[in-house]
Design a protein around this ligand. Structure first.
Ligand SMILES: [Mn+2]
Length: 508
């Protein structure tokens, strides 16, 4: 759910501009307002940046942020002026977490879930780690250069850093692009980090840990905290995961507005980002990395909450989701099993156009590169014959020349394709990021490969023989597939892709 409708230049026709972030601002709210104000000043507009509500900023890392980075934000609990344009950042106008300021026109820039009808001037991208990322991207679209302003860059970095639990719960590639592009004042970040926990939060941490619940059969720990800075949830779950016989941790708090949670895993059978997504499925959102993730649940979306006490309800709900998650999967380890093909049908690959890049066209032999895809970063060492395949959804994977030539043939037209996020590469040691697609050539599969496959009726996790550390998760309707020429090469094919990729063939 995302909306891209607004450009910053559209807002330049207004003169009397006020930027407001949510009450009790956090680092992302402050950075977002700061960046937006920076943009307007650059354009000769004197926008005012305010926050309201009953509390002035007191948390020491935020006080340091405001003072050290010179963020010109004003606390205006009784703001009475009605501006021509009010822009809410890191929050949506009319919501409970932001005091309503009357204005002639309202604009919204935010990364939270869309909760109400948005004004016409809105940019809400719910899949971003921070609102700072969105504003950074919008300023970049306006071709404004922030590289000379270290304070602004540091603020943007710290905004994303704080909203993604020290970057651990980062899930969007654009967030990673921003981190890479920013030059920051490390010393200030260090200072803010070391004032991250107040004494009150230290106590919240202690209480949550004392009240832990341990599910022995799953080696899973659940910890409920009092409402706090979401970063504290990361602190609680990181620390608790270090306990022996604890493989997975979920820490959460409940407020009337939201339930926030952090997930940590140290076992390959449970990907934290997947578990987070599962817990919040249809009622919020979750994501992150394999080992660290987090998410949010919107209480109004909880089924059958009714008049029940939300805390009791949520604590039961989280336990039920965890049980459901553990019950749900059958785990298949390809490296130790030869697939049982009874009940499977035989399929041949339908020739589809794909892209292929000879990686030595982009970097010298021996280079170590990071390839960024929608699913995350992968690292590849470039050999003489390393190619990169670009699949029909923009997914990429390395392949050696022999295998590529056996399966595909070159077409005589150039490859072009647009994806939601274009795969890109940079040297691991640093340097500029290059888009992959301009280097790609179009190929088509020669239809020589056959598989056995069947749709699965439950949830599965498949550890393929190519990667013992990572599994591919499948849901009912997805296909479990085995290569005809190697019955231990078991993998999963998503149900929506399958009919586009395979057609049934007679059994041999
Ligand atoms: Mn935020």
């Amino acid at each position: 759910m995302s909306k891209h409708t607004l450009t910053l230049s559209e807002l330049l026709k207004y003169d009397d501009i006020v930027i407001q972030c949510h009450d009790n601002p956090d680092a992302d709210a402050l950075a977002s307002g700061f960046a937006l104000q920076w943009f307007f000043r650059k354009k000769g507009k004197d926008a005012r940046f305010i926050y309201r509500g009953s509390k002035k900023i007191r948390k020491s890392n935020l006080v340091i942020m405001v003072n050290e980075l010179g963020i010109p934000v004003n606390y205006e609990p009784d703001y009475a002026h009605k501006p021509e344009l009010l822009i809410t950042v890191d929050s949506q106008y009319g919501q409970r977490n932001i005091t309503t300021t009357p204005a002639e026109t309202v604009a919204v820039i935010d990364h939270h879930q869309v909760s109400d009808k948005l004004p016409h001037l809105s940019e809400v991208r719910s899949n971003m780690g921070s609102c700072s990322t969105i504003i950074w991207d919008m300023i970049r679209d306006e071709k404004e250069d922030i590289s000379q302003d270290m304070n602004l860059q540091t603020a943007l970095y710290y905004g994303l850093y704080s909203d993604t639990n020290r970057l651990a719960e980062l899930s969007n590639p654009l967030d990673r692009d921003m981190i890479e592009a920013l030059s920051i004042r490390e010393s200030v970040v260090k200072l803010m980090n070391n004032s991250n926990i107040s004494l009150a939060e230290l106590e919240i941490t202690g209480h949550a840990i004392i009240g832990y619940e341990y599910i022995e059969s799953d080696k899973c720990m659940i910890l409920q905290a009092e409402p706090c800075d979401p970063n504290i949830l990361g602190v609680i779950s990181d620390f608790s995961l270090e306990t022996e016989n604890v493989d997975v941790c979920v820490a959460y708090y409940v407020t009337p507005e939201e339930v926030k949670f952090s997930v940590r895993s140290c076992v390959r059978e449970v990907h934290a980002n997947e578990l987070a997504g599962f817990i919040a499925e249809n009622i919020g959102g979750g994501g992150g990395h394999m080992y660290k993730a987090g998410g949010v649940i919107h209480p109004e979306k909880l089924p059958g909450l009714g008049s029940e006490d939300p805390e009791a309800y949520v604590s039961r709900f989280v336990r039920e989701r965890l049980h459901a998650y553990y019950d749900r999967y059958e785990i298949i380890y390809a490296s130790t099993e030869e697939a049982d093909i009874t009940g499977m049908r035989r399929y041949g690959k339908i020739p589809v156009e794909m892209g292929t890049v000879k990686l030595t066209d982009m970097y010298p032999v021996g280079s170590l590169v990071d390839i960024r895809t929608m699913e995350g970063d992968i690292q590849v060492k470039i050999e003489e014959d390393t190619y990169l395949m670009i699949g029909i959804e923009g997914e990429v994977y390395p392949i050696d020349r022999k295998k590529m030539e056996r399966t595909y043939k070159f077409l005589d037209h150039p490859y072009s394709h647009e994806f939601e996020y274009e795969p890109s590469i940079k040297l691991t040691q640093g340097g500029e990021r290059k888009a992959v697609i301009p280097y790609a050539k179009a190929v088509i599969s020669t239809g020589q490969s056959f598989i056995y496959a069947r749709p699965v009726d439950k949830y599965i996790k498949v550890f393929t023989k190519w990667d013992e550390e990572n599994y591919y998760a499948g849901e009912p309707g997805d296909y479990l597939a085995v290569r005809e020429e190697d019955l231990s090469d078991i993998y999963r094919i998503q149900k929506d892709l399958f009919p586009r990729l395979y057609k049934e063939e007679p059994l041999k």
